[in-house]
Write a protein that binds this ligand. Structure first.
Ligand code: HEC
Length: 216
């Protein structure tokens, strides 16, 4: 075999190995507070979603700042998820009983649960206030006058097509429709704290209703 052929065979091997190594590889973890070691070419550092731990994943050929192809991104996501599960297990073992308060798969402490419940209650209470506020609109009418205890608000049916709006509406769109119409007020921005509080209040008043988006 001549020299040229040998070279092409070698090149093909190198390319194939490169493609094989193009996958994501788990390198290890470190606390978020620690400095990330210098990134070498073809290495990307991902931060695990718990905000405490950085996960080092090497992705061959990945250029920082550039979007990865779907297959590579899926590999990275799977490695992160695996790591997340491992850390969850460690945490649960360190704090036996904490999984009694697990929700969304993450163990919570009693203290955390107390703080969160208080915060949530504050939000709902604020919503109750806004829902009963004669100054939300301009004519003294308030939401509770037609929807006592959030009756007939049906948040569990959203999103759905609403004839008044001639489009698929979210709960907040109907809240605004009622502010503009029966209350003759100015509609709220989607991220207005009053809108967020009212959504919380309405949803909590319809607790345990089966979610039926699109239902009329
Ligand atoms: C004068 C009575 C009246 C007042 C006051 C009123 N609404 Fe309504 N509300 C209605 C009517 C009528 C509808 C339309 C029902 C429909 O389309 O089936 C409605 C619909 C809704 C819906 C959608 C219900 C569904 O079945 O999909 C929500 C949510 C809602 N209102 C929230 C509010 C909020 C929040 C306020 C206060 C800002 C308010 N409403 C004030 C009469 C009122």
């Amino acid at each position: 075999m001549n020299k040229w052929l040998w070279w092409s065979a070698l090149m093909i091997l190198v390319i194939a190995a490169g493609a094989y190594a193009g996958g994501a590889q788990f390198l290890g973890t470190m606390p978020c507070t620690e400095k990330i070691p210098p990134v070498t070419k073809g290495e990307r550092i991902f931060k695990l979603c718990d905000g405490e731990t950085k996960v080092l994943i090497r992705v061959a050929g990945a250029v920082p700042g550039e979007r990865m192809p779907r297959q590579q991104a899926q590999q990275v996501a799977s490695l992160l998820w695996e790591q997340y599960q491992t850390m969850k297990e460690i945490k649960t073992n360190q704090e036996p009983g904490s999984n009694l308060y697990a929700h969304g798969g993450t163990p919570h402490t009693k203290r955390e649960m107390m703080i969160w419940e208080k915060e949530l209650k504050r939000n709902i209470d604020e919503g109750h206030k806004v829902f009963h506020d004669p100054n939300l609109g301009t004519n003294g009418v308030s939401c509770d006058m037609c929807h006592p205890d959030a009756a007939n608000t049906h948040p569990e049916t959203y999103p759905k097509f609403q004839v008044q709006l001639k489009k698929v509406a979210l709960l907040r769109d109907m809240v605004n429709w009622c502010i503009e119409n029966p209350l003759e007020g100015k509609k709220l921005a989607e991220d207005d704290p009053r809108m967020r509080a009212m959504e919380a209040y309405i949803l909590f008043n319809r607790k345990n209703k089966p979610v039926e988006p699109g239902k009329h």
